[in-house]
Structures are given as C-alpha cells and as structure tokens.
Design a binder for this molecule. Structure first.
Ligand SMILES: [Zn+2]
Length: 446
C-alpha cells in the first residue's frame, strides 16, 4: 500500500463488515491526529437475521457507529476501527437489539485482534504500562484484559489441582503492607506447592475469618500444620477452624523480635550508660593544678565514648548469625561481649534460641524450651524477662517446630513477586486485581 495522500482505497472485509476506506491523518500536516482510522460498514441483509430472544424475523431499526481501538499497523500511530452496524427490531416481541460485531472483544471497545496481541504481551510478562505505550491503548483497558488473563490462568490451575484431588498439608500465613504501609493484606500459601491460596484485605481476626468462608472446608481437611507469626491474631481463627492442625510459630519473626526487643534494648541501655559516664567524668571537679589527674580523667572519658560508639555500631553484628561473621567482625563482637555482661547473656540466649529451632525431637525441644524460658525469667535482665513472659505461653507452637520445621519464610520470598506485581499492574489501586495478580504470580511453572 502506498500513502501518497490522506485517503487511499483498500478493499477487504471481516465477515459481513466491508472495509469502506482507510482514513490516514498522519501525513496531513494541517489536521494531524496521528491516528489511522479504518471504517467498516455492515453488509448484512436484514432477512438473514433472527431475533435472539424469540427467534422470529426482524426489521431494520437504523444504524449505529462505534469506535474500537485496534492494534496499530505502524508503531506509535494509534489505530481505530470505526464500525457502522445495524440495529434491528423484532417483528414479534418488538425488542430492539444491535448487530453482533464478532471482532469486538466483549466488555471493552477494542478489536479481538488487538486483544490477542495484548494478551500475548501480558503472558510474556510485559507491564501494563509498556503495552499501553506500544499500542497507544489506554492502560485501564489493558488492565481489564490483564484481569482476564489472570482469571483464565487461575481457573486453569484450579481445574488442574482439582483433577489431582489436591489438598494442602502445610500452610503459611502472613501479612504484608499495601499502599505504602497504610493498609495490610493477609496471604495464605501452600508451603509444598508454593501456590498462594488466598489473599484478603486487612490482618484482624475478622479479616482472616474470610479465608475459611472463601475456601471449601473439604479442601482444607488434610491440613496438618500452619506456620505464622506469633504476634498476629491468626492462631485463634486457625484453632477454631482447623482444630486438628498444629500451629507452628515462625522462627524468623521470633528471632527478629528478640533482636529488636531484647538485644536492641539492652545494647542501647548499655550504650547510654557509657555516654552518661563520659559526661560525668568530664564534669568532675579537678583542681587546675592537678594536670596528671586531669589527663587521666580525659582518657577515661574518651574510653567511655569509644565504648558508646562501638555499641552503637554493633547492631548488625549482634543480629547476624554468628556462623556468617568475618574474622574482624568476630573479634569486634568478642570485645563488646567481654565488657558487657548483660549483652553477652542476651547474645548467648539468642544463639541458644537458634539452636532450639534446629531440634527435631519434640520431647527434647519441649525440655530445652522450658529451660530456656526459666533461664530468661531468672536472668534479672528486664527486657529478656519481659520477652520470656510474653512468649512462654506459646511454647506449644515453638515445640511444634520440631515435628513440622516450617516457617513463613517462603511467603516472605513472595514479597519480591509483590514488587513485580506492583510494577506490572500499573495503577493497581484496585485491590481485587492486585490480589489475584499475586496469586497468579505464585503459580509454579509446570
Ligand atoms: Zn423477538
């Protein structure tokens, strides 16, 4: 085809719709819309049409026109199919209806041809935004098609699992922040397949109760253990709905909380004491003549300040797994622990806690946890005692880890997928879309 002027004559048709002409505005400098419009007109004979409601003959009821977004022939030039179609009225039931345009995709003003292209782009993992840029089609239309792609894939997965008689055994529940931390959502994952079974808004007991309303109880009848954060309120709901399942408290949440509430607090308390000590020494009243005494006090104050800054810098070294420390970090740690007894105790308790999560015999685990809690309660270190008081009633869920060494770690790995979901789902302010996108991304490759 040659484009020498604004309008060219081409000849093709799509079923009953005959292409009249193609209107090319692109090269018209005066009135450039940067758009290619292909006009179609129906050639369907009225006597070939039957009423969709009662099957009787129809009569013409005028025409109407619709503009459908189309896949561009030329990159960067928007394309539209403007279709003139018939309206009919039934001679019997008198109902009025429109001629069916079979190359229009249902629910959106877009051609089926464009939909096929866009869906294949989506399946290849292109973002909604990129596809919008390539096609010139509004991102909201593409998002709508993305929902269709997601639904098709989720339905297909569901069918596949159903045929297998699938029932999850080990679950993990966790929350994640959406909308920059203002609101939360709860996810449930099958730890063996990696499928996210459910995503729901909120993180309260009431919010989580919806999981048991949305998922067929029969499907959950084989669940043996559920991993979760001890601090969340999921345990009550799980106990009520899955009385035979064991609750396993997540070791990583527990360790992180210990790091923050015990190691963190003790470390800062001790650091603060060094700072106060340094200030006290400086303020000490020494006669100006006693130069020797003054110099020694100055040195003492400097040593206190050094200890202060050393403690301030030790946060990550204290939290990290001791097996992963470099030789230098190991020395640094030993130096700090040598001069700070409380911190050394809490650090040793942390190391022991990590070991307790490695035990695979429930009886041994129970004995060791009981000992750990007693030692913590008798430590006279207030943050450690407080931690133990809050956690000791949850010992069943800690001992259960010996039988079911599961965690919510795999769900946290999903956070990267959620980031991908946010990027792919440009303008994802729609929660239902976002949640099913997360489930879609969790489907394991076959
Ligand atoms: Zn009729």
């Amino acid at each position: 085809m040659l484009f020498n002027n604004n309008s060219i004559s081409i000849s093709f048709s799509v079923n009953q719709f005959q292409c009249k002409y193609m209107n090319v505005d692109v090269w018209n400098e005066v009135d450039s819309e940067n758009k290619i419009i292909i006009e179609y007109e129906s050639t369907c004979a009225t006597d070939a049409v039957r009423c969709p409601y009662c099957g009787k003959a129809v009569q013409g009821h005028g025409t109407a026109t619709t503009a459908l977004k189309d896949m561009p022939i030329w990159f960067g030039i928007e394309q539209e199919a403007v279709v003139t179609y018939h309206r009919y009225q039934c001679t019997e039931c008198r109902r009025v209806f429109s001629e069916y345009i079979d190359f229009k995709h249902p629910g959106v003003r877009i051609t089926e041809r464009a939909v096929n292209w866009i869906k294949s782009f989506l399946r290849l993992g292109l973002s909604v935004k990129s596809i919008s840029e390539i096609t010139g089609i509004h991102w909201n239309t593409i998002r709508h098609l993305h929902e269709e792609v997601i639904k098709e894939k989720l339905d297909e997965r569901e069918k596949f699992l159903k045929a297998l008689g699938y029932k999850p055994r080990l679950l993990a529940i966790d929350e994640f922040a959406i909308h920059k931390g203002h609101t939360y959502a709860t996810t449930v994952m099958d730890l063996e397949t990696g499928d996210v079974l459910w995503v729901g808004k909120g993180r309260t007991i009431e919010d989580f109760q919806h999981f048991f309303e949305d998922v067929d109880p029969e499907r959950l009848s084989d669940v043996e253990a559920v991993a979760m954060d001890m601090n969340a309120s999921y345990n009550k709901v799980v106990r009520e709905n899955l009385p035979d399942a064991q609750i396993v408290y997540d070791r990583y949440h527990m360790q992180a909380q210990y790091g923050k509430d015990v190691l963190g607090v003790v470390r800062l308390n001790e650091a603060r004491q060094h700072k106060e000590e340094a200030n006290r020494i400086i303020r000490e009243d020494v006669p100006a003549a006693d130069r020797k005494e003054k110099a020694s006090l100055k040195q003492e104050a400097r040593a206190e300040r050094q200890l202060y800054s050393k403690l301030k810098k030790s946060r990550w070294i204290l939290l990290r797994n001791s097996d992963n420390l470099s030789d230098n970090a190991q020395l640094y740690l030993e130096e700090i622990l040598l001069s700070h007894e409380d911190l050394a105790t809490c650090y040793a308790m942390k190391e022991e806690m990590c070991e307790l999560f490695e035990i695979t015999d429930p009886a041994a685990a129970r004995e060791r946890w009981e000992k750990w809690f007693s030692a913590a309660l008798e430590s006279c270190i207030e943050p450690l005692m407080k931690f133990a008081r809050l956690k000791k009633d949850r010992i069943e869920g800690l001992v259960a880890h010996a039988t079911y060494p599961i965690s919510t770690g795999k769900l946290e790995g999903l956070n990267n997928k959620i980031k991908v979901a946010k990027r792919l789902g440009y303008g994802f302010r729609n929660d239902a879309y976002f949640f099913s996108l997360i489930r879609f991304l969790s489907i394991p490759p076959l």
